[in-house]
Each structure stands twice: as structure tokens, then as C-alpha cells.
Design a protein around this ligand. Structure first.
Ligand code: BDR
Ligand code: CA
Length: 306
């Protein structure tokens, strides 16, 4: 079974890809999008991760700007490289694919069979396909997306980062009826990592053990440096919702995104009452958080053993 991953390649994106890489799914390809950092740094992170982890699937460069509006990044939180985490660039670099993400996604959608996408950043690349090739976008069988927040935001009080970075893209994806399964902030905040979780990675003995442990500890410090005892694991929780949907309760909902509000732009509005709305998506309402942690930590420790 194949999957396409669309990502802005911060550390939690890399960790999510490692989770999928250790599942029964085969990664058919990756598309890059601006997000955690501007696109050139996303490309550097992707080439570094591919070199370090020996990824052989093609990695295609996608959109550098949102559908409308200005570039938002998460560098204020994640640092210049988006991998705040290690304070240095990843050690090796592999080559990225020559063809761009739009062409590659269209080619992939032309193929026979299921077309499952795991999206870990702003939905700009997917919206571009929906707008230009709705016939191909209609072939997407599943779109699991880390983004949105049912009760609150993180980048602003109202909005989650991936939603705020390109709300029009989310709106286009919804308007085209793509089979969206939203894994939001509230869900991810149930799956927590603590500083001691990095130690088994550090002691695993493989070539990338130090690197993975440093990246993971740095990621956890994003939470602990702000006085929280633990850090929510964002993108890897969406990866778990994709590879192990049995431990997640998805609920039908009507999902919309605020495009106008001066204070609320990018806010996802989730209505679960069938009496009040026509459902257009699903959202992940609950997860077996202990099992999700086990899956994520085991994937990172296994990678650190190699
Ligand atoms: C999301 O924003 C990014 O910074 C993370 O990689 C994740 O996809 C969390 O709001
Ligand atoms: Ca991401």
C-alpha cells in the first residue's frame, strides 16, 4: 500500500515520516511546501534528512507561497532552520527530484489504485492540484492532515499554524470535497513527549542515535522551555492516525475555516451536530494516547538502532 506525504519538513515532520517508514505503507513520494521555514530551508532539511536516513523515495519541490496573503513561518518558535532542535544543519545531503511537486502529484494520481495522502503542513500543494486538475484531485481516496484546532490555536490564539499559513488552501480542499480527515491540535496535545523519552534513542547505538536524540530533545524543549512538563507530538500523531486508524476515533463533522476575521483568520470551525450542518469531513476526536506514544517512540528508537 502506498502513501504520498506532503510536508514542510521540520523535526516533527521528519519523525512522522520515520513512523510511516516503519509501517506497512510504502512511501511513493514526497512533496515539499513552505511552512515551518521558507521553502529553500525546507529543501535543505529534506535533502539532509534523506541523506541521514537513507531515504530513496523521490522528494519534489512544491509551493513557496500561500494561495493568498503573506508568508507565515514558525521560525520564531522553531529557529532559523526549523529544526531548532539541533542548532546545526543535518549532516549529509541527498539530491532532490528534478520534477516539481505539482507535476509529480498529477503523475501519481494518474496511476491506478488507492491514493492516500498524509499532509503535514499548509495545504497549498494539494489545493493547487484541486484547482487546476479537479479530475485528478477527485481520485484522492484519503487525505489525513495534521492541522486545525477544534478548541484553540497555537500560532495565534485562534488558529493552528498549518491552517493559518494558508487558510485559502484549506478552504479550496474543503470546497472540492476532498476526503479530509483532520488531526487537530486538541488530539495531538493528548500525545505527549517528556525529556526522558529521548534517552532510549541516545543509547540505541546506531549511526543516527545522537542525531535523533538531539532532534527529539530539542523538540521537547520547545514545550519545556515555556514551562510545560511535556511537548505535544504533532505530525507523528497524524502519522499514527494514518498508519494505525484503529486506535483513533474519527467523527463525521462539518469543517470550515475562517478567512476574514482580523483576530480569527485560519480558525477551523468544527460542527459535529448532524441537525445543524451537512458533514463534509472527519476529525480525529480521540486517540489511544499511550499506544500512539508507543508507536512513535518505538519508530524513533528503531531508527536510532540502525
Ligand atoms: C504544525 O505546525 C508545524 O510547525 C508542525 O510541523 C506541525 O505540522 C503544528 O501546528
Ligand atoms: Ca509540519
Amino acid at each position: 500500500m502506498g502513501v504520498w506525504i506532503d510536508t514542510d519538513m521540520g523535526f516533527d515532520d521528519i519523525a512522522a515520516i520515520l513512523v510511516v517508514g516503519q509501517s506497512e505503507f510504502e512511501i511513493d513520494g514526497i512533496s515539499l511546501v513552505f511552512g515551518n521555514t521558507p521553502l529553500p530551508q525546507v529543501r535543505i532539511n529534506a535533502a539532509g534528512a534523506a541523506g541521514a536516513f537513507g531515504w530513496t523515495f523521490p522528494i519534489h519541490t512544491g509551493r513557496a507561497m500561500p494561495v493568498l496573503g503573506k508568508l507565515e513561518t514558525a521560525q520564531a518558535i522553531l529557529g532559523e532552520t526549523g529544526i531548532s532542535t539541533i542548532g546545526r544543519s543535518l549532516p549529509q545531503a541527498a539530491a532532490l527530484a528534478k520534477s516539481d511537486a505539482f507535476a509529480a502529484l498529477c503523475r501519481w494520481l494518474h496511476r491506478k489504485g488507492q491514493h492516500r495522502i498524509l499532509a503535514l503542513g499548509p495545504l497549498t500543494n494539494i489545493a493547487a492540484v484541486a484547482l487546476a486538475r479537479p479530475d485528478l484531485a477527485a481520485r484522492i481516496t484519503e487525505l489525513v492532515w495534521m492541522g486545525g484546532g477544534v478548541t484553540s490555536g497555537n500560532h495565534t490564539a485562534s488558529a493552528e499554524f498549518n491552517a493559518l499559513a494558508d487558510p485559502e488552501a484549506l478552504s479550496i480542499v474543503i470546497a472540492h470535497g476532498l476526503p479530509l480527515r483532520m488531526v487537530d491540535l486538541d488530539l495531538c496535545r493528548k500525545v505527549l513527549a517528556r525529556p526522558e523519552d529521548a534517552e532510549p534513542m541516545r543509547n540505541a547505538g546506531g549511526a543516527n542515535a545522537e542525531l535523533i536524540a538531539d532532534m527529539f530533545s530539542g523538540y521537547i524543549r520547545i514545550g519545556t522551555s515555556r514551562g510545560r512538563p511535556a511537548m505535544a507530538i504533532y505530525d507523528p500523531s497524524a502519522a499514527v492516525a494514518f498508519v494505525a486508524p484503529d486506535i483513533v476515533s474519527f467523527r463525521p463533522a462539518r469543517i470550515d475555516v475562517e478567512l476574514q476575521g482580523a483576530l480569527t483568520r485560519g480558525r477551523t470551525v468544527v460542527e459535529t451536530r448532524a441537525t445543524h450542518a451537512t458533514f463534509n469531513a472527519q476529525f480525529a476526536a480521540d486517540i489511544d494516547a499511550d499506544m500512539a506514544r508507543v508507536i512513535i517512540l518505538a519508530a524513533l528508537v528503531n531508527e536510532a538502532r540502525k
